[in-house]
Design a protein around this ligand. Structure first.
Ligand code: GLC
Length: 436
């Protein structure tokens, strides 16, 4: 399916053994596979078979905290004299700080009479990244997976990896860790990929995680873009600023959904497939690496979860429901499928479906050097329309409004969200790729 669709990389959410207090983001062993998901042999097989199809696999590294069942933490909490005591953040007194999931960011440990720090759940104690042994331990974890053929990592909570004092990020130290990982990733051929979860709402701060351009992250998620809404002026502004702020050799990343936020067709598109196609068109038509969350390609909606089925501590289950394949029997899946959109099987057969459109767009992208790597230059357009040139010979334009607009664009229509062939006028919520 992924090969048919035309993707060339897959980021898997955490695949490590975990008590699953936070859907795998509480890791109890970084060098193994969660038995519910499979075995190490199966993961190796996946990497090999995906590789044969030109698809590379990224794992989700969770370095800011471990599970409270990880051996390191069990040792750390066993006594104040433990050699691993300082691998975590222990204090005699707690301050007022709140955890991201609510409640205090400190938990008192009865046995050793100190508090440990956790930005997330009490079952996710924060590692102390001011301790050099922690750095060494993660170097080994990175090497372990790179040597197994993993293409790279999406890195969890990279923007807050090092904390000193525990309530604010220690940016110089975070950059030092990223430089160290980049040097390590660069020793592999092909180079290991570092894609950061840089959840910051200022573009300047996001851009800083690329370092000088070739010495820290290869790719950093752009959250201001994710949260810009379907507003042509806001989107154009964020994309222009992103290009200005990134070092010249750095490469942007664009995503609209992930496992932590409501799915974009519901969140910003009013569950209207014409808008969904426009969003996919700009996502895949910009200069940079687009990341689709599973289901984006079929316009999958957010699902209402009945209270008795809730699994997540932070109300994110609605974006984590099973993919409606259509011809596969899910039995009793982890979350309800919900009403949602036509299944993958149906959309594959249906001309004009979101899935067919997404696939055509990916194929067009792959066959057109301008769209893969051409420079981005925004074009003057009437209100509601956002248009840009890619490279020498391509233009992408979307009309994010309810009115038809004469946008004054010429050329030949290569693809239209509405299946029309009129380069002069964009219908309401129509997007096009033009050969100019
Ligand atoms: C990141 C993950 C999120 C997780 C949190 C704690 O934000 O994306 O799912 O809950 O980190 O690890």
């Amino acid at each position: 399916y992924l090969e048919w669709l035309g993707v060339d990389g897959v980021w898997l959410n955490p695949t490590f053994p975990s008590p699953n207090n936070d859907w795998g983001y509480d890791v109890s062993d970084y060098c193994a596979v969660h038995p519910e998901l499979g075995t190490m042999e199966e993961l190796d097989g996946l990497v090999a078979e995906a590789g044969e199809r030109g698809i590379r696999i990224l794992l989700d590294l969770v370095p800011a905290h471990t599970s409270d069942r990880h051996g390191w933490f069990l040792e750390s909490r066993s006594s104040r004299e433990s050699p691993r005591r300082d691998w975590y953040i222990w204090r005699d007194e707690a301050d007022e700080q709140e955890s991201v999931f609510g409640g205090q960011a400190w938990t008192f440990d009865e046995r050793t009479k100190q508090y440990y720090h956790h930005r997330f759940l009490a079952q996710q104690p924060d590692l102390n990244w001011l301790n050099g042994e922690v750095h060494q331990a993660f170097d080994e974890i990175l090497r372990f997976w790179f040597e197994r053929g993993i293409a790279g990592f999406r890195i969890d909570v990279v923007h807050e990896l090092v904390k000193d004092p525990p309530d604010r990020p220690n940016l110089p130290e975070i950059h030092a860790v990223l430089q160290r990982w980049r040097r390590l990733a660069d020793t592999y051929d092909p180079q290991g990929i570092l894609l950061g979860e840089t959840w910051v709402l200022e573009l300047e701060r996001m851009a800083a995680f690329y370092g000088a351009g070739e010495d820290e992250l290869h790719l950093a998620f752009n959250f201001p873009f994710m949260f810009a809404g379907l507003d042509s002026a806001a989107l154009a502004d964020i994309v222009a600023q992103t290009h200005e702020l990134l070092p010249p050799v750095a490469w942007p990343v664009w995503a609209l959904s992930n496992h932590d936020v409501a799915r974009f067709p519901t969140r910003i598109c009013d569950e209207d497939d014409e808008r969904v196609k426009c969003a996919l068109l700009f996502l895949l038509g910009l200069r940079g690496t687009p990341v689709l969350y599973y289901g984006d390609e079929i316009g999958m909606r957010q699902v209402e979860i009945p209270p008795e089925r809730v699994l997540d501590v932070h109300e994110r289950d609605g974006a984590r429901t099973p993919m409606p394949w259509g011809d596969a029997d899910w039995g009793d899946p982890w979350l309800p499928l919900g009403g949602n959109v036509a299944s993958v099987a149906k959309q594959r057969e249906e001309p004009g479906s979101v899935l067919r459109f997404c696939r055509e767009l990916l194929a067009l992208r792959q066959g057109r050097e301008d769209i893969v790597s051409g420079a981005y230059a925004s074009l003057e357009t009437p209100a509601g329309v956002w248009a840009w040139r890619r490279g020498d010979g391509s233009v992408v334009a979307v009309n994010l409004s309810d009115d038809a607009v004469r946008a004054g664009l010429g050329g030949r229509v290569l693809l239209s969200t509405a299946g029309r062939d009129d380069p002069g006028t964009l219908g309401p919520w129509e997007g096009v790729v033009l050969d100019v």
